[in-house]
Design a protein around this ligand. Sequence first.
Ligand code: AMP
Length: 448
Amino acid sequence: MKFTDLGLDDVILKAVEEEGYTQPTLIQEEAIPNVLEGRDVMAAAQTGTGKTASFTLPMLHRLLRHANSSTSPAKHPVRALILTPTRELAAQVDESARRYGKHLALRVGCVYGGVPMNPQVAMLRSGVEILVATPGRLLDHVGTNNVRFSSVEFLVLDEADRMLDMGFLPDIKRIVDLIPSTRQTLLFSATYSEDIRRLAGDWLRSPVKVEVAPRNTVTETIQHTVMHVTERDKSKQLVSLLQEGKVSQALVFCNTKMGANRLTRQLQNKDINSEAIHSDRSQIERTAALDNFKVGKTKVLVATDIAARGLDIEQLPHVVNYDLPHNSEDYVHRIGRTGRAGQKGEAISFCTPEDRESVHAIEKLINKKLEVSEPTRGSRAVAAPRHSRTENKQTKEDSFFSKPYVAQSGISGPAKIIEENNVNKPGRIEKKQTIAALFMPPAGEKKD
Ligand code: AMP
């Protein structure tokens, strides 16, 4: 399929061409025509699949009729609201929307926490059609009457699972209540727990459900390896991988902010250019750390889950799980930072003897065995477990949207619309799980 087959206006196609996109991704093929038709969409997709364009391009098309160059704020009410869980993702979506809409007289703006309010107040008061926001800061602006939602036609909930994970549910509910019910709602989530489906049932009208790949799989271009190490040897092991050139540049995940800071210092002491990114760092520091990493100034970006979610880093060759994630679903999110858009990537996970159950859980979830890689010289090897309890059987009967967790591969794999009816209503859910039980937020992180 070509972009020109999707029914998008020429000014939008021009921007797409300038981006260098030759073909729509699978999520774009399925979502764009449905959004253009005015349908609500519930998509199982995460960053890296081209999902931002899948909702932004048709939204821009439908908002074209409002495009105008008037300087009057009244001519630029918020028409589309895009909610994201993290500041970095908000900034990324904002940047993409600006690029995709650069030939249109529609304004794009972004509000998130950790930076001064005043420039955002000025932007909101002068009017903006497409607003990207993290929920907490947006409500601050709502509270001081800087923004109104009476003209909103589109609501996008991006990375809905992570927003719940981060405790944003009450904020999101407050925001959704302020938006006209005539809106079109688009929900993107990498995972579909019962809670997400219940919310979708409340907030979406007969959504088209889009699945982009076989379930419980991860991008085929990623090689998964595990290194059996002791807790004490982890940093030595990472230093060896970097110094011996086995890892050229890596996003390294730690489970705590303190751990991330400590590791960053240890790497810096070995003259390895590294920076940390987590919620205790100021927004300016977070942005600088990410930018430095993206342009290759730093070799290692040490991150906690929250700061790293949704980051789009081109050509990232390695992700290292310095600490294995507390829940195996986060493994899929973390390693999804590499092997993007069909490129090759490697995910290396350090496994201490205490972590072996976690490795089994990951292998079961992704339906793949992690390849055992010998620790590099200089650090003690820990014998790999002799028996793996991995079950490599695919649970074919599992319905994508009816399981608490689903991961999908990136751009490749068959896309399909799997259902067009109403999603489950609350009353139909028999086994109720609490949000707390379904999601384990990273220890000690705080929300925007
Ligand atoms: P996203 O999932 O929206 O974060 O997009 C991931 C990456 O894919 C971004 O760098 C986009 O610029 C890129 N991308 C989006 N759509 C396409 C496309 N149709 N062809 C090639 N790259 C794309």
